[in-house]
Design a protein around this ligand. Structure first.
Ligand SMILES: CC(C)(COP(=O)(O)OP(=O)(O)OC[C@H]1O[C@@H](n2cnc3c(N)ncnc32)[C@H](O)[C@@H]1OP(=O)(O)O)[C@@H](O)C(=O)NCCC(=O)NCCS
Length: 199
């Protein structure tokens, strides 16, 4: 059987988490430009913001290309109407084989509503149930309490605590975590369902 996925589009009760398209560039730019002070302390890439619209188009072409090649899955977090960029996330293979790291940011005026937890729960489930990995990690700075709260709520364990906190969830432990209860629909490149809890 051919491999399942990747999940191009994930629908949760309040969010659409999907592969970026180059045409999203103005929406991404507006979300970041309005959130610079909020993002700069925590996101290394925010030091290079604001970028021009042309730079954002190039970035999203790269994200889309990597996504299609199965090299790296950078996701947009949209509102339920797929109209407003609420943030970004990703399933990144940069921690070695059989494992994915989830990163996330939420625009400044949309924090405090549980969106990062909702999207991270969904991506955790997609990592295990679609991408079939053995381990998912979330890394954050020891100072970033808002970020560290998310893996804790979802049932990840603190694995290493140096300058960075590394939270880990193993496939064997996943079924009993709050993340496993995430309700979602996930669709592949042609829109065929990979998971469908929302029907
Ligand atoms: C860290 C960050 C992603 C958190 O985003 P967020 O969406 O506010 O995070 P959460 O999902 O935890 O939601 C926060 C609060 O919303 C509240 N909330 C309101 N409505 C809610 C709902 N329907 N469901 C769940 N929580 C809800 C909750 O009180 C929750 O906090 P609590 O569960 O601890 O009580 C965001 O602050 C951010 O982008 N920071 C800058 C970038 C960054 O640090 N990224 C991480 C790098 S490691």
């Amino acid at each position: 059987m051919p491999p399942r996925g990747p999940a191009y589009r994930i629908v949760t009760p309040r969010l659409v988490v999907r592969c970026w398209e180059p045409r999203d560039a103005p929406l991404l730019k507006e979300a970041i430009d309005s959130s610079l002070d909020h993002l700069r302390p925590w996101m290394p890439w925010a030091q290079h913001e604001p970028q021009t619209l042309a730079e954002k188009v190039e970035l999203l072409r790269e994200f889309r290309g990597e996504f299609d090649l199965g090299a790296n899955s950078v996701y947009a977090i949209f509102d339920a109407g797929d109209e407003r960029v609420l943030g970004g996330s990703g399933l990144h293979p940069r921690i070695g084989p059989g494992a994915l790291e989830i990163g996330y940011w939420i625009r400044a005026d949309a924090v405090g509503q549980g969106y990062a937890t909702e999207s991270t729960a969904a991506l955790t489930r997609v990592a295990f149930d679609v991408a079939d990995v053995e381990r998912v990690e979330i890394h954050c700075s020891t100072e970033n309490h808002a970020s560290a709260a998310i893996p804790r709520k979802l049932g990840y364990s603190l694995h290493e605590a140096g300058d960075d906190l590394i939270f880990t969830l193993a496939a064997a432990d996943f079924p009993t975590t709050p993340a496993a209860g995430a309700r979602l629909a996930a669709y592949d490149a042609i829109g065929a369902p990979l998971i469908d809890d929302l029907a």
